[in-house]
Design a protein around this ligand. Sequence first.
Ligand SMILES: Cc1ncc(COP(=O)(O)O)c(C=O)c1O
Length: 365
Amino acid sequence: MTTMSSTRKWNFSAGPGVLPESLIQQAQQDIWDLAGTGIGVMEHSHRGPAITEVFEAARNKCREVGNIPDDFEILFLQGGASLQFAMIPMAFLNSNSHADYINTGSWTSKAIDEARRFGNVDVLWDGASEKFSRIPTGEDYSWNEQSKYSYYCSNNTIYGTRWPQTPTSPTPLIADMSSEMFARAIDWESHDMVYAGAQKNLGPAGVTMVIIRRSLLEQASTDLPMMLRYDVFAKNGSMYNTPPVFAVYCVSLMFQWILDQGGLAGIEAMNEHKAGLIYRTIDESDGFYKGHAAKSDRSLMNITFRCPTEELEAAFIKEAAEHDMANLKGHRSVGGLRASVYNAFPEAGCHQLAQFMNEFARKNG
Ligand SMILES: Cc1ncc(COP(=O)(O)O)c(C=O)c1O
């Protein structure tokens, strides 16, 4: 596991999130001179052999790390996850057709709003009245057989919930995995498309990973601007226009880093252990800390919790910062505290936070 150098803080940011130190060090070298070419990775033509190789490696390693079947295309897009909120309904929906959505938080709410611009949306379940503190079970909703697609968000960054199991749907299943892609294995039988803005668990901001089954890709509308067509990106190796080269280069290093940690099985075990250290501290605090998410639906990436008062939460954030622990404030829409512990977040930082939490509760409880 990566250790933290003395000048860097424990960064609990929800995104852009922490990157492995070995990745940053490699990038520092390659920004200066990529693989002995005498030209930095950000200065190469994207049409030249050096960057073609970077893209090939990124796709190959992505397929290897994610165990992605051959009938899925791996695309590198721009516009962030938010563009996917619109691009998906533009591609697959129209005013005569329906799509199913499950609303588990702010990001699915936004996706629903965007989809309504292009077609009919059935919200099968809405967690708003329960403050998005849980994920529905199979008994809470049922998919429509006639939908063009079914949509959910596998990990809810703001509320700290995640789907413990992949839902199964009779129509093509699409998942926003922005805050957890490659934190655990993906069930490719059940999904037809998954996507993620890279800046949380995969690399820097600037690239959006889209992994889409060819049979779904073939159904996407082609009556759209070129930059909004999945088929254009697939046909052009994600280089229809100038791609975000540096971001793709970084996610490729990240894929290799995950492989070096034992792949997704290794990473998932580490994530369970790391998040477990903090959840245990919450559960054993005699009610001083209260977790937001239902226990069965707790995210391993974004841990959301509260102190008894807002004043104590402000003191918590201030004192934690004095101990080099940064970005623990909850999202502005929900308040409280949030510790984001993505793949690259070191275990030692989780120990330090748990220790600090115990001490803070002892002093203020
Ligand atoms: C689950 C999820 N989806 C979508 C987004 C939006 O991502 P972007 O800023 O790349 O548009 C975020 C951002 O935090 C997110 O956490």
